[in-house]
Design a protein around this ligand. Sequence first.
Ligand code: MG
Length: 378
Amino acid sequence: MSLAAEGLCRQLRFSAGATLGRRYPEPPHPYRNDFQRDRDRIVHARAFRRLEDKTQVFTAGLSDHFRNRLTHTIEVAQIARTVAGVLGLNEDLTEALALAHDIGHPPFAHSGEEELNRQMSRFGERFDHNLHALRIVESFEQRYARFPGLNLTFEVREGIVKHSRDFAPGEYPELEEYLPGMRPPLEAQLIDLADEIAYNTADLDDAFSARFFDMDDVAESVPEYAEIRAAVETQFPGAPARIRFNEALRRLIDLLVSGLIEGTLQAVQESGVKSVEDVRLHPVRLARFTPAAVATTAALKQFLRRRVYFTEALIEERRRSAAMIAGLFQFFLENPDRLPESYREESKGQPLHRVVCDYIAGMTDGYLRRMHDTFCSR
Ligand code: MG
């Protein structure tokens, strides 16, 4: 990367001093800036710890080595921080956003999210894990005497609601304060793509461990992988298959991370943006992969869909998880007195289906199974 390019991105760095601040003003900390404090608040949140028992793709139990949503989150943070560092962006803001990016995820990965959304659609509403994450950090986490929630900075809350997409004015009346129609700072734009690199490569790794396929299968479907693999075979012909796989995997991660750095730099250069304000006003996001990395990511996703996500075993697993969520949702709708005291308190101001949804969304996989065993299996 040229020094000129590095200098260019440095102008786009969101400095902690420029924050729009917290909902409830607080005195500055003697040695941590606002984004470092936000990062620490997220790490200390109960919802963050619960990620440990939430499925990423493979349910724990079959192997001790599968990712869960917590280890996935740490991988995303590591990738995002590296990219932010190389581009001269704010690593503290990036890290806080990466650590928060899945904090609103319900139990049982995407099938959990889909099922909660399906349940809420019966009432003309929906479930979105990014919006749920905002509710967690704004009100469900109770740690401070002076305010509800974690009182995070505006930029971290904005990054949470704009994690996967931007929105237009009027699209979400409850989110009007988060600059609809504008792009979030580059630090926030990076997270979704770092997430993609982390889960595509981790799912490949976990599924390889679970013997869903071998290296030949990946090489046949992902041209870049075939090249990487050929280089690894030449360099380490005698190494065991697992080691050769690991060597290829880390080169694949490297290639995608480099693709994200280069793609973002190119986009920034071509766009002519010169400030964080320009980034906000630019019509499209500027964090992006190079065309080559886009192609590799697409090939990887297609391979994973075919050989992992839509295999009989995982479809069946998702069906069982969704049925458990549906059963428990119905149970609490019919028996609101079985909700915990705090949730019953809360339900006074809110429709019951929303309270039930919030309660179930916060559960770990294990807790949901236990609740289901207690209330729904007879
Ligand atoms: Mg994620």
